[in-house]
Design a protein around this ligand. Structure first.
Ligand code: ATP
Ligand code: MG
Length: 427
């Protein structure tokens, strides 16, 4: 039987990787300019970290985590998201002693046991940023503007930003009580998931896509009426910053996001181009997370972009190809020709050129045909006669012009000239 990859996981093949590299390159350039520093945390953490941060009542902890016991009996979880690990690292490595403000970004795989579909995998990737140590709403505006700039640069088509304030935990506790009181009256008409959430995580009912539940919610108490003065001011300030930045947004009073650790600002970037998996980027403020995990009080705000969804969008608008090879080496099959070919290959690598040796059987003519197919700028031809004369032939694949020279001359003079021509796109 042929072995298969696990459901919800997939191989990223070479033709696909070029899109990944392009996104990573553009993101990295923007994040370096914004003075965010890259960080990489382990893929496995204690199960307790996510239970205590993401929260027991959330979908992630409740039913989506890949958890297991290792040989030492430790309860371990494949990370379902990035923020908890960064908070853990910030506390454990005492990053705050170097600087109370830490601006960090990460890129890597996350794992959630979900029903696989387009834009939803069990192993997926997130690019995320975290701005730790600033309470001012200007930091919320900063992280939102970074996501906005990135999405605008990446050719993802139309997207929109939704924002909300979910207040602090006391505001939410009061609101939750009122919401539950109201929803209990309509319990029988709620959808199945919402009935379960009523006791586990009632705020998530606001997220329900069910029509009947949505109708019931239309006349439910509004979270915005329960916000304290500080939260209201924070949110107002954020709106002022976004207006001044000309970043368009919609107020969405039902946006609560899935994770327990959020407070005040919650936001999502959405697209209409992906069907029901319509959130590309989700984020918010989490002022209480770090002290609840045993660190010093550190207000924070951040977001995560789902790379697979992002790539679905980018591929609708962009087509990327492999860059041409600089040299394709076509050598006859004798040992002397093969030796010459591997020496040249090695020299080309040392000179920072992209090269490949033709390793398939066949005549020189066939090899040159393959060179055409592979779209190399030059072909280096090494035949028996050339080896005897101590020369090689270099063919410009565009003009079909050929010159013969010694290996030394090629290495000392020609490579540099060819590189200039290739860089100027004159070949
Ligand atoms: P959703 O409502 O789509 O399940 P979420 O609220 O669980 O999203 P977050 O935890 O906020 O998502 O993660 C941020 C982003 O990561 C999402 O907006 C999405 O783009 C991406 N993402 C989340 N879960 C998956 C998944 N299983 N497969 C692919 N991408 C995902
Ligand atoms: Mg989810």
């Amino acid at each position: 039987m042929i072995m298969q990859s696990l459901r919800g996981t997939y191989d990223i093949l070479p033709e696909e990787i070029i899109y990944w590299n392009s996104v990573q390159k553009q993101a990295e350039a923007l994040l370096i300019n914004a003075n965010y520093k890259q960080i990489q945390t382990p893929l496995i953490e204690t199960k307790e970290l996510f239970e205590r941060s993401v929260g027991e009542g959330t979908d992630i902890v409740h039913k989506e985590m890949y958890s297991f016991e290792d040989q030492g009996g430790r309860k371990i979880t494949l990370r379902p998201e990035g923020t908890a690990s960064i908070a853990r690292c910030f506390i454990e490595k005492k990053l705050y002693t170097q600087n109370t403000i830490q601006k960090l970004w990460y890129f890597g795989p996350m794992f959630r046991y979900e029903r696989p579909q387009s834009g939803r995998q069990r192993q997926f990737h997130q690019l995320g940023i975290e701005c730790l140590g600033i309470q001012d709403a200007r930091a919320d505006a900063e992280v939102i503007s970074i996501a906005f700039n990135l999405l605008s640069n990446l050719n993802v088509g139309d997207f929109s930003l939704e924002i909300n304030s979910i207040g602090n935990s006391q505001d939410r506790a009061k609101y939750k009580e009122e919401l539950v009181k109201y929803l209990k009256k309509h319990e029988n008409s709620l959808d199945k998931d919402s009935k379960v959430r009523l006791s586990i995580n009632p705020l998530r009912i606001l997220d329900s896509k069910d029509k009947k539940t949505q109708e019931i919610l239309n006349t439910a108490p509004q979270l915005s009426n329960f916000l304290g003065e500080k939260s209201r001011q924070h949110f107002e300030n954020l709106c002022v910053y976004l207006n001044c930045l000309n970043i368009p947004y919609n107020l969405n009073s039902k946006l609560v996001r899935g994770l327990d650790y959020y407070s005040d600002t919650a936001f999502e970037f959405k697209t209409k181009l992906l069907g029901s998996q319509d959130t590309i980027c989700g984020g918010g403020r989490y002022d209480k997370l770090i002290d609840s995990l045993g660190g010093p009080f550190t207000p924070a705000v951040g977001w995560a972009i789902g790379i697979e969804r992002l790539l679905l969008l980018i591929k609708q608008n962009t087509s990327l190809n492999f860059k041409n090879l600089d040299y394709y080496i076509a050598a006859e099959n004798s040992m002397l020709c093969k030796i010459e070919s591997i020496i040249l290959f090695n020299e080309l690598l040392k000179n920072n050129c992209r090269a490949e040796i033709d390793s398939l059987p066949g005549s020189l003519k066939k090899k040159i045909t393959r060179c055409h197919k592979i779209q190399s700028n030059y072909c280096i031809i090494i035949g028996e006669n050339e080896v005897k004369n101590g020369t090689i032939i270099i063919r410009n694949m565009l003009t079909k012009e050929q010159i013969a020279c010694t290996r030394e001359e090629f290495i000392n003079n020609k490579i540099a000239k060819h590189k200039t021509l290739i860089a100027k796109n004159q070949i």
